[in-house]
Design a protein around this ligand. Structure first.
Ligand code: CDP
Length: 230
C-alpha cells in the first residue's frame, strides 16, 4: 500500500491537532505536532527567564541557549499519543498553559529557532506515512507532501473551542483572554518574515466553523483515499 505525507496548516485553535491525530491513527501513520515543539522551546525560555511577563525576549541569550534544548517525542500508552519531552522530561501538560500560549509566537518568530526545529521536522518527515501539523508544513517543512490541508474557522468558533478545552483541564483563563491570544498569535504568525503562516497553493481549504469533527474527518479521509488510489 502506498504511503504518503500529509501536511495540515492553519490558524490557532482551528482543530488541526485533533484531526491530524485522528487521521494518523486511522492510517497507522506517525503524527508530529510541530506546535508542541515551539511550545516546548517557549517553556524552556520561560524557565530560564529569557522572556519576561510582558513578552520581551532576550534574543541573544536565547540564541546562546538553543543548543541546550533537546526535544523528543515519546509514546504514552495512557493517552495513546506521542508526547513531547524537553531534555528528557515529559512537558506535554506544561506546554498547553496560557502563559506558554502568550509567548510562543514571539519565540517562533526567531529564525534560529525555526531553523533548528524545521531541520528536526524534516528528518522526522523523511519517511512516508506521516501526518504533520503546524503553520509552515505545506510551504516549508514538507513542500512535496502529497496532500495538504489548510484549516480555518471563525474567531468565535475557535475561541469557544479553546475555552472549553481549557475549562476541561481546569485552567483559569477567560474567553476574552483566549480570543485576545488567538488574535495576536494569528497576526504574529502570519506577518513574520521567516516562513509565515500562508496557505500553500495546492492546499485544500477547510473552514470548519460549522462542521463537526466527524464531518471533517470523513471529508479528509475521502481526500486521502483519492490520493492513495489515484
Ligand atoms: O494548538 P494551537 O493552534 O493553539 O497552536 P500550536 O499548533 O500548538 O502552535 C503554537 C504556536 O507555535 C503558533 O501560534 C506559532 O507561533 C508556532 N508554530 C509555528 O510557528 N510553526 C509551526 N509549524 C507550528 C507552530
Amino acid at each position: 500500500m502506498k504511503r504518503i505525507s500529509i501536511a495540515i496548516d492553519g490558524l490557532s485553535a482551528s482543530g488541526k491537532s485533533t484531526l491530524a491525530h485522528g487521521l494518523a491513527k486511522a492510517l497507522n501513520y506517525l503524527y508530529i505536532d510541530t506546535g508542541a515543539m515551539y511550545r516546548a522551546v517557549t517553556l524552556f525560555a520561560i524557565r530560564e527567564k529569557l522572556v519576561d511577563r510582558e513578552g520581551n525576549l532576550d534574543e541573544e541569550a536565547m540564541m546562546e541557549a538553543l543548543p541546550q534544548v533537546y526535544l523528543t517525542f515519546r509514546f504514552n500508552p495512557g493517552s495513546g499519543r506521542s508526547e513531547i519531552c524537553l531534555n528528557g522530561r515529559n512537558v506535554e501538560k506544561e506546554i498547553r498553559s496560557h502563559e506558554v500560549s502568550r509567548h510562543v509566537s514571539v519565540i517562533a518568530k526567531m529564525p534560529a529557532v525555526r531553523e533548528k526545529l524545521v531541520r528536526a521536522q524534516r528528518r522526522m518527515g523523511e519517511m512516508k506515512g506521516v501526518v504533520m501539523d503546524g503553520r509552515d508544513i505545506g510551504t516549508v517543512v514538507l513542500p512535496d507532501a502529497e496532500l495538504k490541508f489548510f484549516m480555518t474557522a471563525s474567531m468565535e468558533a475557535r475561541g469557544k473551542r479553546r475555552f472549553l478545552e481549557m475549562q476541561r483541564k481546569g485552567r483559569a483563563v477567560t474567553l476574552d483572554e483566549i480570543v485576545e491570544n488567538l488574535g495576536s498569535r494569528d497576526l504574529i504568525d502570519s506577518t513574520r518574515d521567516h516562513s509565515p503562516l500562508t496557505q500553500a497553493e495546492d492546499a485544500i481549504v477547510i473552514d470548519n466553523s460549522d462542521l463537526s469533527i466527524e464531518e471533517q474527518f470523513d471529508h479528509m479521509m475521502a481526500c486521502v483515499k483519492q490520493v492513495l488510489e489515484g
